[in-house]
Design a protein around this ligand. Structure first.
Ligand code: AMP
Length: 299
């Protein structure tokens, strides 16, 4: 029997997780999985809500995956509050929480990893070596552990979403991947567990990232040249007060390759405010390629 945190049934071992999902499947129910690292906010709640729409049962996972953090990244200070997360999940009508210990995910001798391929080498992959291999490996494990029918991931982490789609396709993992639009604050800032790190001054600057991405997307979609507009966007992010811009680039929405005429594209950025790295992305609507000059893609 699963233990409970508050009113939410909670399991910490793969065997218990599989037992619960198998029982629902025997009853003919559709099961959705929502993987998270906890510190839940309304972005995560949107994933749970979408999962509820699509499935009879919703399993959320909370696991702060050490292998997707670089040595100088924020693994140790990443916000953790399982009791508050469990209360949110229960209120969102999640059926089960799977919160494994690190040793359950990575027992002694663990050696196999999933390489995320070329999709992992661009954008954030250039700045976070090993990050997407960590993500691809842990998500593959979570998908295989749960055996759910579908799994929901946010477009906020769009590169991650595309990598997961590719891994699932390439490795024939029998699950449907559902992308969920980014949930934002009223001023446009994408919700993120890392927003909690921002000082009031940094928080005031942060919405500029989305503002610039929206402007770049609109201009390129209406025919402005991609390269120049991305460069102007990069300058605007720096001028807004960000400490450092890792990238601002327009890329194909599926392959993440440089954009091509007639194909859907998105604009992506990662920028630092002090010690906090923010990422965001926006689609180019109408579909990229209907305008005039469409050369290149990298800022
Ligand atoms: P995390 O806990 O940051 O690993 O995120 C868990 C899931 O929530 C991922 O699929 C994220 O893409 C998604 N997510 C995080 N922030 C948002 C947001 N603002 N809107 C929609 N989904 C989000």
């Amino acid at each position: 029997m699963p233990a409970t945190i508050g009113t939410l049934a909670t399991v910490r071992e793969v065997t218990e997780l599989r037992r619960a999902v198998a029982a629902w499947h025997r009853a003919g129910q559709v099961v959705a999985l929502v993987p998270t690292m906890g510190a839940l906010h309304s972005g995560h709640r949107a994933l749970i809500a979408r999962a509820r729409e699509l499935a009879d049962r919703v399993v959320a996972t909370i696991f702060v995956n050490p292998t997707q953090f670089g040595p100088s990244e924020d693994f140790s200070r990443y916000p953790r509050n399982e009791a508050a997360d469990a209360a949110q999940l229960a209120a969102a009508q999640c059926d089960l929480l799977y919160a494994p210990a690190t040793a359950e995910m990575y027992p002694p001798g663990f050696a196999t990893t999933v390489s995320a391929g070329p999709l992992a080498e661009v954008l954030c992959g250039r700045f976070r070596p090993g990050h997407f291999a960590g993500v691809a490996t842990v998500v593959t494990k979570l998908l295989l552990q749960a055996g759910a029918d579908l799994a929901c991931f946010g477009e906020k982490d769009y590169q991650q979403l595309q990598i997961i789609r590719r891994v699932v396709r390439d490795l024939d993992i029998p699950v449907r991947i559902e992308g969920v639009p980014t949930v934002r604050e009223a001023d446009g800032l994408a919700l993120s567990s890392r927003n909690a790190y921002l000082s009031p001054e940094e928080r005031a600057i942060a919405p500029a990232l989305h503002r610039v991405l929206t402007e770049v997307a609109a201009r390129v979609a209406s025919g402005a040249p991609a390269d120049e507009t991305a460069s102007a966007g990069a300058a605007a992010v720096n001028a807004a007060g960000f400490t450092k811009l890792d990238y601002l680039e327009i890329r194909d929405a599926e392959s993440l390759a440089p954009p091509a005429a007639g194909r859907p594209a998105r604009v992506f950025a990662a920028a630092w405010l002090g010690k906090t790295r923010l990422i965001d992305n926006e689609p180019l609507l109408p579909p990229h390629g209907q305008g005039t000059a469409q050369a290149g893609g990298k800022a």
